[in-house]
Design a protein around this ligand. Structure first.
Ligand code: AMP
Ligand code: TRP
Length: 354
């Protein structure tokens, strides 16, 4: 049995810096939950000392097509997501921000990894079982989805994969696949760790505070705050948020008070204030109207500039955006290609004729 390399060894394998990799699908529209629960963490990590960490953020269009997509919408959403990530603070000069399908190595590596993945590992995946149940006919891509995700991560020798709780199982599968490949063909991959946010701001739907704010429901009016929503729309959605018949503004586990708890959680996450400070801020509020008004204000303050910056990048012929998309693809390929060449060599493929 070969052992997996320890942290110091893997650190040196990636030229001294810890590599962070995450991905996000260009399906549906980005909402406040995505920003507070995921993207903001990526930005914070990027802003740490650049001699210590190196970040990769991938817009995973190949993953999006595991469920049917309208081609025109996919194109629009891919561009929009790329622009929104930049608008949220991902700096394409410091972070390698790229579109998955632009780096061909991802699809090629997926095939090689698939052949080293037992079918049973994939059939066990919770997300596959849930998604397959909802579909009338199930594409094979839905089953092999986590291996594409493993290829994303392994091609970059990533140490850390910041994801939501729901993706933990996929990152664990990625670890298993990496270890198996290393065992079968010799040390090739860094075995990555999932990083789940501790106080995972889990933002709930405004229309139904018992369900997570989600991209798939975000088309429903009043469900989500989208990062592209105009101020008036944000104000309206928050004003209409479901609460309860009481008037106590406090954090609570009581399902009855889930709406108020969610609004306070949004307020806390956006302002960075502690729970006690947040409750104190509303000590002399007169009812939920005051709470909603104040929450809407702080949300508009963060979302407004994001929306405007993204709109600027998407305006006209979006030449600057296209330049950044190309830059990301080039930088990502420079890392993925040599890794792919190493995989090919390990597997015993003849060098490709030039
Ligand atoms: P998804 O929208 O499911 O593709 O998720 C993209 C990222 O946003 C993942 O890292 C999720 O964990 C995070 N995320 C999605 N919805 C929420 C939510 N309602 N609250 C907090 N984080 C979320
Ligand atoms: N499957 C992830 C999701 O739906 C997105 C994803 C694709 C990803 N490749 C990744 C996340 C690599 C982390 C690392 O949220």
């Amino acid at each position: 049995m070969s052992r997996s390399p320890n942290q110091d060894e893997t650190r040196s394998a990636a030229h001294g810096r810890r590599r962070i990799f995450s991905g996000i699908q260009p399906s549906g529209s980005l909402h406040l939950g995505n920003y507070l629960g995921a993207i903001r963490q990526w930005v914070r990590r990027q802003d740490e000392r650049s001699d210590e960490v190196e970040s990769f953020i991938c817009v995973v269009d190949l993953h999006a097509i595991t469920l049917p997509q309208d081609p025109e919408s996919l194109r629009r959403q891919t561009r929009e997501l790329f622009a929104l990530l930049i608008a949220c603070g991902i700096d394409p000069e410091r972070t390698t921000l790229f579109v998955q399908s632009h780096v061909r190595a991802h699809t090629e590596a997926t095939w090689m990894l698939l052949c080293a993945t037992p079918l049973g590992w994939l059939e066990r995946m919770t997300q596959y079982k849930v998604k397959a149940q909802r579909q009338e006919s199930v594409g094979a891509g839905l089953l092999t989805y986590p291996v594409l995700q493993a290829a994303d991560i392994l091609l970059y020798d990533a140490h850390e994969v910041p994801v939501g709780e729901d993706q933990k199982q996929h990152v664990e599968l990625c670890r298993d696949v990496a270890q198996r490949f290393n065992h079968l063909y010799g040390e090739t991959f860094v075995v990555p760790e999932p990083v789940i946010p501790q106080v995972g701001a889990r933002i709930m739907g405004l229309d139904d505070p018992s369900a997570k704010m989600s991209k798939s429901d975000s088309a429903a009016r009043g469900h989500a705050v989208l990062l592209t929503d105009p101020d008036a729309e944000i104000e309206r959605a928050i004003k209409r948020a479901v609460t309860d018949s009481g008037n106590e503004i406090r954090f609570s586990d009581d399902p009855e008070k889930a709406g108020v708890d969610n609004l306070l959680s949004i307020y806390a996450a956006v302002t960075g204030r502690s729970r006690a400070e947040c409750e104190a801020d509303f000590a002399d509020a007169r009812g939920y109207g005051d709470l909603k008004k104040r929450v809407a204000e702080v949300v508009v303050d963060v979302v407004g500039p994001i929306r405007e910056r993204a709109a600027e990048l998407l305006r006209g012929d979006h030449r600057e955006l296209d330049r950044l998309v190309a830059l990301g693809a080039e930088r990502a390929a420079a890392i993925a290609e040599p890794k792919l060449a190493q995989m090919r060599e390990r597997l015993g493929f003849l060098p490709a004729p030039r």
